[in-house]
Each structure stands twice: as C-alpha cells, then as structure tokens.
Design a protein around this ligand. Structure first.
Ligand code: PLP
Length: 224
C-alpha cells in the first residue's frame, strides 16, 4: 500500500488500515502462512489537512519502507530506511535478510556519511507550504474549468478524470499546449491522468491560459 498515495494524493484513513489489518490476519490463518503488508510511505510528511495514521498500530505483519527523496528533497540520493513491525514472528531473521540483501546482493547502498547525516534529520522536512499553495491553485483552477478529481490530502500530485476515455490521446492533445501529463494507464487506471505540482508556483500560474485553451478544445468549459 502507498499512503499518501501517488498518484491520487489520498491518505488512507485509520478505519481502512484497521480493516486491512483484520483481513490480513484472517487470511494468514486461512492460508497458514504469514501475509505481509509493505507500506510505501515516502510522502508521509507531505500532508496538508490530515495526519497520516501509523500502519504499525493497525497491521501486525507490516513492513514500512520510506525514502528521503521527497520529504528531504533528496531525489536521486537513493536513501531511506525500512522498519519492520516488532509484532512480526521472527522479525530478527527478517531484518538480517534485509541487511544481507542491501550489503551483499549488490543493491544500491547509500554512503555511510549520508546515512549518518540523515539519521539526525528525522524530525526535519521540506517546507510543505509551497506545495499546499500549488495544490490549492491547481485544484481550484482545474475544477473551475470543469475537470473532476479528488482534492489531494498529501503528496504532490493530482489525478483528474481524463475528459476523453482514451487518456493517452488526452496526454497527446495536452502536449500541443505544452502541458505534460502522465496517462493513468501507466498507473493501472486508464481514464485518468496524473499531474505533478512540485514545481515553482509561477509554472502553474503561467500554465493556466494553456489549461483554459485545452478545456475549451475539449468542450469542458461550462457555458454560463
Ligand atoms: C510511492 C513512491 N514510492 C517510492 C518512490 C521512490 O523514491 P526513490 O526511488 O526516489 O527513493 C516514489 C518516487 O516517485 C514514489 O512515488
């Protein structure tokens, strides 16, 4: 699972996590083998109006995976951490296996100096106010133009419905206006498209006339 979610920006509420925790426990019993949930949380600190509930509280067999690419804006550094729930049976063996993979099997391993540095930055994070302003501006502007989407609570993406059933075709038309979107098909969700708003606010402001022209071409703009 991935919450806050890329591409929707949705934060999974505690009731859903509690339900998932119960389901996984039940199915682990039924199949007589542990089923693990991997929670991919690089956006956990990039949230606007809500708190991200801790999966560790609701799911026993959970492994939290994170990256500092987003919360410390260190994209490309390949640095983060994995935390396994102490409630996992034989968790020590799991941790040893993870260390073995990282050290011995040749995965990318962050330099020791960086590892020591980020350990001291665990309570730090990027200034999310800029992201919030971008979210508000883009969400409000696109909604006014007739695009439909959920209002993201976290991360820095919007995932609106494509005005055309063919989202790849929509991405092609948007390109004519210098608007780059990722077709939802790439996320297993055709009929939608993803926008990233981790850009300067001026980029969004300057793009608004192009969005208006695009909405006009597709007949989205509501007639008064
Ligand atoms: C949900 C999610 N998980 C993981 C990553 C990977 O981050 P990185 O490989 O930069 O550490 C990303 C990056 O876009 C992401 O959106």
């Amino acid at each position: 699972i991935n919450s806050p979610n890329n591409p929707t920006g949705v934060v999974y509420p505690s009731e859903i996590l509690a339900w998932l925790g119960r389901l996984v426990a039940e199915k682990s019993q039924e199949f007589r083998r542990p089923i693990y949930v991997i929670s991919d949380e690089p956006y956990a600190k990039i949230v606007y109006d809500v708190q991200v509930p801790s999966v560790l509280k609701y799911i026993d067999n959970v492994i939290v995976v994170t990256s500092h690419s987003k919360d410390l804006a260190l994209a490309g550094e390949r640095i983060g951490y994995i935390a396994a729930s102490p409630r996992i049976d034989n968790v020590g063996l799991l941790l040893e296996a993870l260390v073995f993979c990282n050290r011995t099997l040749g995965f990318v391993n962050a330099p020791a100096l960086m590892q020591r540095l980020v350990a001291g930055l665990q309570r730090e994070g990027v200034d999310i106010e800029e992201y919030r302003q971008n979210r508000d501006l883009l969400y409000q502007s696109l909604t006014q133009l007739g695009f439909e989407m959920v209002r993201p609570q976290g991360a820095f993406y919007l995932f609106p419905k494509s005005p055309l059933a063919d989202d790849v075709e929509f991405a092609r038309i948007a390109l004519k206006y210098n608007i780059l979107v990722v077709p939802g098909a790439g996320f297993g969700r055709p009929g939608y498209f993803r926008l990233a708003y981790c850009v300067d606010k001026s980029v969004i402001e300057n793009s608004l006339p192009a969005w208006e022209a695009l909405a006009g071409e597709l007949g989205l703009i509501r007639q008064c």
